[in-house]
Design a protein around this ligand. Structure first.
Ligand code: AMP
Length: 318
């Protein structure tokens, strides 16, 4: 079984960017992740929506093969997030967060959910992330994400999640807030000193960095021309990253490097439209071409730079 379990928000997002706006569109960390990862492997969502959740969103997820047996409908309103990106686009300004049905939600996992070998704890209350971890039966790989909202309100619980997963994903702002370090390489090291086994710091248009005790790897971002809405870039990155590992059924360092490129490709698609629309329409050949482009951008042949027999002088250029 190569299934991926995701717990996170399924939301109605209202977002304004310098390029337009969307009102109550499908959003949420679990939604972006699922649309992204479903290109690679089967995905099961554990989350809650309210009675007002439009049936067409469920249908769209189901049409991508996403298992929704763990998506509960509770009395009340769906989670809502309202955010704005200003011209610097680097990070979202949260204008409003309405937890609504998430305020009283507790995930109850079925047998198929508990046995998933790949687990993504998308951005949601860290208490819920821990409740999911407690119910899992020996997963192969666990990865977490979070947001400043939770770092500000429940920092110890966010750190506990980070200690219990194999890889913690954060964006640069979150890595700085949680570690107290401004320089990103130091922030990653500090998070490892705080108990993380490995971290991925997402740096928006500057790519992403993987850091564990003995490994450092970077991937560039795929340069998009039609940036429309950065919302969901992190979750879509996670979807490509875990999706590829699940598809391969392993998480060794070489496969992880490929997975970083798959993540970058999926993030670049997500930001070309409001909502996860581009993740839905993306074709496999298009995804593959973006991964190949990243490979061309970052690959170079290594040659000896200095001739050691002459005391380390630079090789002449003739
Ligand atoms: P990202 O841009 O990848 O960090 O994720 C954006 C998504 O996170 C949006 O679609 C929001 O619905 C969702 N979101 C925003 N705030 C929260 C929060 N406090 N908890 C869970 N999900 C959130």
């Amino acid at each position: 079984m190569r299934d991926i379990l995701v717990v996170g928000s399924v939301a109605l997002d209202s977002v304004r960017t310098p390029f337009g706006e969307a009102e109550e569109a499908l959003g949420g960390s679990a939604s972006y992740f699922a649309f992204s990862a479903a290109h690679y492997a089967p995905v099961r969502i554990v989350a809650v929506v309210g009675e007002d959740f439009p049936p067409r969103h469920r249908e769209q997820l189901a049409a991508r093969g996403v298992d929704l047996s763990g998506l509960e409908t509770a009395a009340g309103r769906t989670f809502r997030w309202r955010g704005e990106y200003r011209i610097e686009l680097g990070h979202a300004h949260t204008l409003e967060t309405q937890l609504n049905v998430f305020a009283t939600f507790h995930p109850r996992l079925g047998t198929d959910h508990r046995r998933c070998p790949f687990v993504f704890l998308a951005n949601i209350d860290p208490d819920l992330q821990l409740e999911v971890l407690d119910q899992m039966q020996g997963p192969h790989l666990t990865v977490s994400d979070t947001m400043n909202y939770w770092i500000a309100r429940k920092p110890e619980r966010v750190i506990e999640v980070l200690r219990r997963v194999q890889i913690a994903l954060l964006n640069e702002e979150e890595a700085r807030a949680l570690s107290g370090e401004t320089q990103l390489a130091r922030a990653a090291d500090r998070l490892i000193a705080m108990g993380a086994r490995a971290v991925i710091v997402k740096k928006g248009e500057h790519g992403a960095l993987f850091r564990s005790g003995d490994e450092l790897f970077v991937t560039p971002a795929f340069p998009v021309e039609g940036l429309t809405d950065p919302t969901g870039a992190g979750d879509s990155f996670a979807g490509g990253f875990l999706g590829w590992l699940a598809r391969c059924g392993r998480s060794d360092p070489g496969t992880r490097r490929q997975a970083m490129a798959c993540g970058a490709a999926m993030a670049s698609l997500a930001i070309e439209a409001f909502s996860p629309a581009r993740l839905v329409t993306a074709r496999p050949a298009e995804i593959e071409e973006r991964v190949r482009a990243l490979h061309r951008m970052a690959h170079f042949d290594l040659e000896p730079l200095f001739d050691r027999s002459h005391g380390g002088e630079a090789r002449s250029a003739e």
